[in-house]
Design a protein around this ligand. Structure first.
Ligand code: FUB
Length: 333
């Protein structure tokens, strides 16, 4: 579908749209509206489920928007296809979008022609696209799930990373090792990686560096602490001057957060945001709109639990007075 259509009215805790499967929502307020940049799950995804997410075979992206939180949702149609990205071969996974200097920068992961995940950029003057992909991926990029946070001072940071199919284990210390493995259970877990972006928003200003996530005693969260360690889906938002890094714990299916006084950390583990949803993956974004905070997330309820056919949903999120985030149960109001 290439044309813009109004599809559904938004309702908390219900699929934002039902005419296509959508996942991995990155929500932003641009030009006074909420824009959601999701993955687009395929309907006829009959690929066998594997440890590396082989079943997530997405090929293109749509953009959704809402003028009010309970208003009609517009699907702006297909804004980018893998065939329009010269360096990419497959797996158009979780994207994000940032605005700077009059341009929208859409960041997306895909496998290059050698099967290695890289991060690409496509640009537009309009938050709803269409998008024009850069001819090559961001030099020095690897792994997947990019999230780009533009701070109040205009500096932008790109957060990246995912274990297993996301290939983060293969890049420890920034060096590619096709045999790289997760650290042992009693060793520090791998953190997501971050780089400040150059003013052009197309290149990194520095090499990607790993973020530490510490426990309440200041010790690194260990790889065996699977209820709290980073797995994929990094997202950063700022609330009352504090940086919140939220992420999925993957095989234990929680959305968690950690806080810091600086964008690159170290971050200190804070707690759970969302208990497990129906479906293996859990992936989200957090956005402020008209004075309220919202969690955009996905689950597989609409498809009857098929992991690779997910639907974006949203619900209000509460920061407590002390800065902690209230834990939510996806099927309780
Ligand atoms: O949608 C494909 C992958 O599943 C994403 O990149 C991960 O975060 C997980 O949601």
């Amino acid at each position: 579908m290439d044309k813009k259509v109004v599809v559904d009215k938004a309702k908390q805790n219900e699929p934002l749209v039902t005419h296509i499967y959508t996942a991995d929502p990155s929500a932003h307020v641009f030009e006074g509206k909420i824009y959601v940049y999701p993955s687009h799950d395929l309907v006829d995804d009959a690929v066998e489920v594997d440890h590396d997410g082989g079943q997530y075979t997405m090929e293109d992206y749509h953009v959704l928007s809402l003028e009010t939180i309970d208003g009609p949702v517009i699907d702006h149609g297909q804004v980018l296809h893998v065939d329009d990205v010269p360096w990419a071969s497959e797996k158009m996974w979780a994207p994000d979008c940032a605005y700077k200097n009059g341009t929208y920068y859409f960041y997306f992961p895909a496998k290059d022609k050698d099967g290695i995940f890289r991060i690409g950029v496509a640009t537009s003057k309009n938050p709803a696209g269409p998008l024009k992909a850069e001819p090559n991926y961001i030099p020095g990029s690897y792994s997947m799930d990019p999230a780009t946070f533009v701070d109040d001072d205009g500096r932008a940071y790109c957060y990246i990373g995912g274990l297993w199919g996301g290939q983060l284990e293969l890049w420890q210390g920034g060096v590619y090792n096709p045999d790289g493995k997760e650290p042992a259970a009693d060793e520090p877990a791998l953190g997501p990686v971050v780089a400040e972006m150059n003013e052009d928003m197309l290149t990194f200003k520095e090499e990607l560096q790993e973020i530490s996530i510490l426990d309440e005693n200041g010790d690194p969260i260990l790889a065996g602490d699977t209820d709290r360690r980073f797995f994929e889906a990094p997202w950063v938002h700022k609330h009352n001057g504090k940086y919140y890094l939220s992420y999925s714990t993957g095989d234990t299916h929680f959305l968690c957060y950690a806080t810091s006084d600086t964008p690159k950390g170290p971050y200190v583990y804070g707690g759970r945001i969302l208990e497990p949803v129906i479906g293996w993956t859990t992936h989200h974004s957090i956005v402020e709109f008209e004075g309220k905070w919202y969690l955009f997330y996905h689950d597989s309820s609409l498809s009857g639990g098929i992991d690779s056919q997910r639907s974006v949903k949203f619900r209000e999120l509460t920061h407590n007075e002390d800065g902690s985030i209230q834990t939510m149960h996806p099927y309780e109001n």
